[in-house]
Ligand binder design. Sequence first.
Ligand SMILES: Nc1ncnc2c1ncn2[C@@H]1O[C@H](COP(=O)(O)OP(=O)(O)O)[C@@H](O)[C@H]1O
Ligand SMILES: [Mg+2]
Length: 359
Amino acid sequence: MHIKKIRLINFRNYENEEINLDEKINIIYGDNGEGKTNILESIFISAIGRSFRTNKEKELINLEKNNCKIEIEYEKNNLNKNIQINIEKNNFNELKKEIYLNKIKIKKTSELLGNICTVIFNPNDMDILKNGPVKRRKFLDIMISQLRPNYIYLLNNYKKYLDQRNIYLRQIKYENKSKELLDIWDEKIAEIGYQIYLYRKEFIEKIKLKINNIHSKITTEKEKINIKYISNVEDKNKYLINLKNQREIDIKKGYTVEGVHRDDFVISINNKQVSVYGSQGQQRTVIISLKLSELEVIYDEINDYPILLLDDFTSELDEKRIVNLLENIQKNQVIITSTNRNTINKANKYLKVENGKVL
Ligand SMILES: Nc1ncnc2c1ncn2[C@@H]1O[C@H](COP(=O)(O)OP(=O)(O)O)[C@@H](O)[C@H]1O
Ligand SMILES: [Mg+2]
């Protein structure tokens, strides 16, 4: 699949721009703050339905306007398709979002998923290894949502019931409400959480099957990588029993302590946890291996090459890694942003961005 054309109207610092892309390697270059990442963001939103850098969709609309549009024309399985997203804010600052898939309005954002598939590299990816598990779950969630639209539905429902349960826990604590009613939420959470667990387990297994080869190739067989899923969910009944056993603790704390919302995974190299013992360079290589694995997993699932978005390419990767990366991705459409035009010399198309204009 590849994107042919993007039109941005009042999106971030773009007023009305049409951007034509090559089906292979595109490099978008320009100084900081000119609007390079904004273009990748618009593509990501068309794939996932939301931004990778903000939860506040209001920020996507140009500061001086009340509505914005993203239009993407793309080719998939030799068919021309399009996606259009309109976001509008009214006088009360309420947002209305409309999504059209091939000119037909869809009802739920989840219907958008799986049309354009992307894998994104950005400078914050190192956070997947460092810091807490939030970014690691996000990595899994973005990958799985694109391949199993049902997954996003489960995640949303899980979050809904978890929020309700947490509110109720506090009502028990402060208002002396009956504990018995928790049963309803425990059932729901165990049921949905267990399905989420199964998806995550399936996809970590898939990544595992890919990452060994990829990483050993990149490191010329010096490093053996392993990835391990960590979850306190193993089967639905245990999950339910766990929730019940934890009740008193949950009530005391005012939130649900255990469940898939605490899931994590650990990556190790030669049996050492890379986030703790790995050098900066090793960690970067691991991120590349992880993303390349994601790329292959997606390919296996959809039988097509997902679009690769590389944000701020030069800042995170040294030359050897760039070569490695590009050797592995010859068939995907690649869209790179960089402050330096000469980041790579074999791009098929060079686009210069200056103050919300593509030259
Ligand atoms: N809602 C908005 N309205 C107008 N300008 C915006 C909006 N959001 C971001 N910008 C502008 O977009 C620019 C940042 O774009 P970005 O794509 O992140 O730059 P870079 O080229 O460094 O990747 C900044 O100049 C910022 O002021
Ligand atoms: Mg940028």
